[in-house]
Design a protein around this ligand. Sequence first.
Ligand code: UD1
Ligand code: CA
Length: 478
Amino acid sequence: MTVVVLAAGGGTRMKSKTAKVLHPLAGRSMVGHVLAAVAELQPRRVVAVVGHQREQVAPHVSEAMPEALIAVQKTQDGTGHAVRIAWEALPEADREGTVLVAYGDTPLLEGRSLAAFLEDHQGAGRAVSILSGIVARPHGYGRVVRDADGGVTGIVEQKDASPEQLAVNEINSGILAFDAAFLREALPRLSADNAAGEYYLTDTVALARQDGLGVGAFPLDDVLQTEGANDRAQLAELGREKNRRIVADWMRAGVTVMDPATTWIEVDVQLAPDVTILPGTQLLGATVVEEDAVIGPDCTLQDVEVGAGARVVRTHGQLAVIGAGATVGPFSYLRPGTRLGAGGKIGAFVETKNAQIGDGAKVPHLSYVGDAEIGEGTNIGAGTIVANYDGVHKHRTVIGKHARTASNNTFVAPVTVGDGAATGAGSVIREDVPAGALAVTAGPQRTISGWVLRRREGTAQADAARAAGAADEQAQEI
Ligand code: UD1
Ligand code: CA
């Protein structure tokens, strides 16, 4: 089987510098979803017809499906013309058997629907089959025209239809299956003698019928699968519907989703049974969540691996790994290269980047950890900054195992703190600290008695100090 994907059209209503078929939903471009559905059929050959914004579309198709052929349609003279361009691009060996034509802008399309359609087409031995749909509002679509016996005689486009034909609610989804031998001789017979002045692929149906060949339609109940997104409102609608389907599939697979309406899961995400997802959570890219982990509320995780039983609350994470049983959040920002070990903790208002934090290690409060390694069992005090950037270069900080660093420390990279070391509060660590040592850099405290009474006379502060017995008679140098 050969598959032709038409993606040369303009998409003016998107009002976008991005080609229509490249607009994403659920983690893939529209054409990416179509190519994924097509790939499930394991076709011998796929050819994508590109035209408008082909400098964007062609490389994108080649990345999504490197083996696909690209055919360029310089002017969009209709779907029949587009398929002719595809046909000309095909090696002779691929001009046999069945040719399936699909569109690049139907992101809900599923491989199993195409498979059922093709089975029906091939089983009936037709020259051409229409994947049709029964819809309440057929306006804009080509209508499937049938004779008195219910046999399909053709497809008539909206612009060319009689009032009687306009009343038909069986529409052409656009997806057609052909016997290649028929398609070969039908394509040159198409004319542009119609209301749009285009070569309609749909005219092949009447041609087959005239030739006495088998034609038929296979209505797909789930009409949304063949619906295209022509503007951003439709894109959002189809995006929500796609998400609804993905979330429903995960719930059937054993994932608890408290609020499907505010949970967004992209197609490539993997979830284990007994994962729980709380409201306001987006799981994006290649995110993987192992069993019993609880994510949310209000998390965005992109390409993040979450270990079994981990707890992640109100967190924004990207390209990070969270170990089994670890806890993250609330209000944590995990940037690329963050690896938190099993049972570790990244707490409130902590930002991490390229940071390997060992098993059971904790960065619980108000900290920045960048380009750093923190050994297992180490506790980092509240308000710690790993100063990785000297204004020109980034440097690395290494803190050993089971260290205890105090609050409000700055580690000026490059610096190494040994296993089991300790630091004093407010220290600025610029030099290496050996294993087991205590490093203290803050100077001795100066206490100037009565300063407030002399310098803040008449304030609530001074009144409070006096009420507490502070004396102002000492003449202290400041
Ligand atoms: C087409 C069908 C119509 C069907 C509808 C479903 C024809 C003549 N009509 O109408 O029966 O109900 O789709 O959505 O086929 N394209 C190209 N090159 C072209 C023209 C179109 O690649 O020269 C691509 C477009 O990018 C698009 C698809 O073909 O993906 C359909 O084209 P469009 O112009 O939207 O066709 P419709 O008028 O909607
Ligand atoms: Ca269309």
